[in-house]
Design a protein around this ligand. Structure first.
Ligand code: ATP
Ligand code: MG
Length: 400
């Protein structure tokens, strides 16, 4: 493998002005953590990019690991040569020869160092000509080349870029504050969490479960989902809230068609308390407008009444099919479709109200010992620290 470096570009972070450094430092920390399994790498932060020296590590494996980190716009494999034309010619030819799949190519030269004697257009011609002369099967395509060899003449050396990998985009996780994600075992909420991580949010998750109506496998599903989300950066804590007594109380004393609404209001009240306790400034759900009875505007309006925390709904305007495609991409889909019930399906009313009213919900709730149920649920919360958990399994791997 000829490549010696990976160069990471930032995309949106570049627009951050004075805050740029803070974002890049955060990104660098995430990158270092994520690349621990490649011991030979050397990571160096510059003003405009991050440079990773491979020292023999596999370029594709490292790049693939970096592709799940938010805040990286592009990943380019590169070599460095001295600032002289012969070395540059030899370098671009090596790159072209190593990318055997390419049938067309293009040179994109940029002379940042104005003291270098050849301007960019001359470099493009000279280097393109050199490749054509030595590799007869290759053709130039300036619009859609299989291989775009970028040449950047700097102050001290010249970088030659070959293979490119798209980055995940977005902002580094942890630069937008913390969000408490309501994580069911379904398809939607993990996708909502992923999209918030993409915008830089740190995620903490809450799951309501109702043993013995829901079993340990339903809980395990949520742990597995949270672990998948953790791959995108950050450190996820998962709060498991015992919800059986609240569910039973709602089922026994609330009208059938308002049960869903009132259950959601209970969940939201508890989520707000946990958000406050753990320093999250918003709550998030996987709701999508009109998808089911509890996700009409009227339902959202009535459910939302119980909190003045922002409730973020990243999927609100997305179609189910697009949500499913993201779930596939982030590898949560297969976990989400495991058949174990989550607490809501078991207590599902036969005909939930699609247009519940705040006045009615408030009136019915007078017959429910709300504070008592909330306090009891909060006292029973079990918090799983997923980072510690995966560190433990890493240690185990080392031992085996
Ligand atoms: P999902 O696929 O995320 O389960 P859904 O389409 O099944 O969503 P609902 O069951 O109505 O929709 O749930 C709406 C949202 O409420 C979920 O996206 C999730 O954020 C939250 N939620 C539902 N059940 C639970 C639960 N047991 N624990 C935590 N949050 C939940
Ligand atoms: Mg669900």
């Amino acid at each position: 493998m000829i490549y010696e470096f990976l160069i990471l570009r930032f995309g949106e972070i570049s627009l951050k002005g004075k805050n740029k450094k803070k974002f890049i430092v955060k990104l660098e920390t995430t990158i270092r953590k994520s690349l621990k399994k490649f011991p030979n790498l050397f990571v160096k932060r510059h003003y405009d990019d991050i440079e990773i020296t491979l020292h023999g590590e596999d370029v594709d494996a490292v790049a693939q690991q970096l592709q799940s980190i938010f805040g990286i716009h592009s990943i380019r494999a590169a070599i460095k040569v001295e600032n002289n034309l012969d070395d540059i010619k030899q370098g671009v030819l090596q790159i072209a020869q190593s990318e055997v799949y390419a049938q067309t190519f293009k040179i994109s030269a940029r002379r940042k160092n104005k003291n270098f004697e050849y301007p960019s257009n001359v470099l493009n011609q000279e280097l393109g000509g050199h490749i054509l002369k030595n590799m007869e099967a290759l053709k130039v395509d300036v619009h859609h080349p299989d291989l775009n060899i970028r040449v950047e003449v700097g102050e001290h050396d010249t970088r030659l870029y070959g293979r490119e990998y798209p980055g995940a985009g977005g902002l580094p996780v942890g630069t937008s504050g913390k969000v408490m994600l309501m994580l069911s075992g379904g398809i939607d909420s993990p996708v909502a969490g992923y999209l918030l991580q993409k915008r830089g949010a740190d995620i903490e998750a809450i799951h309501f479960h109702s043993p013995p109506y829901t079993n340990d496998r339903a809980k395990q599903k949520v742990v597995d989902l949270a672990e998948k989300l953790q791959r995108f950066g950050g450190h996820i804590k998962l709060h498991i809230v015992p919800f059986t007594n609240a569910q039973v109380a709602i089922k026994d004393s609330m009208p059938d068609n308002y049960r869903m609404t009132i259950m959601r209001r209970m969940m939201l009240r508890i989520a707000e308390k946990l958000a406050k306790k753990n320093g999250a400034l918003a709550i998030a759900t996987g709701e999508s407008l009109g998808q089911v009875a509890s996700q009409t505007l009227e339902s959202m309006h009535t459910i939302n009444e119980v909190t003045n925390y922002p409730v973020l709904r990243p999927l609100v305007s997305m179609d189910k099919i697009d949500i499913m495609a993201i779930a596939q991409k982030i590898d949560t889909y297969d976990i989400s479709i495991r058949p174990y019930e989550d607490c809501c399906t078991i207590f599902l009313p036969t005909a939930p109200k699609t247009k519940p009213k705040r006045e009615h919900a408030n009136k019915f709730e007078q017959y429910l010992p709300i504070d008592e149920l909330i306090n009891e649920a909060l006292e029973g919360v079990q918090t799983i620290d997923l980072l510690t958990k995966s560190q433990e399994s890493d240690d185990l791997d080392d031992l085996l």
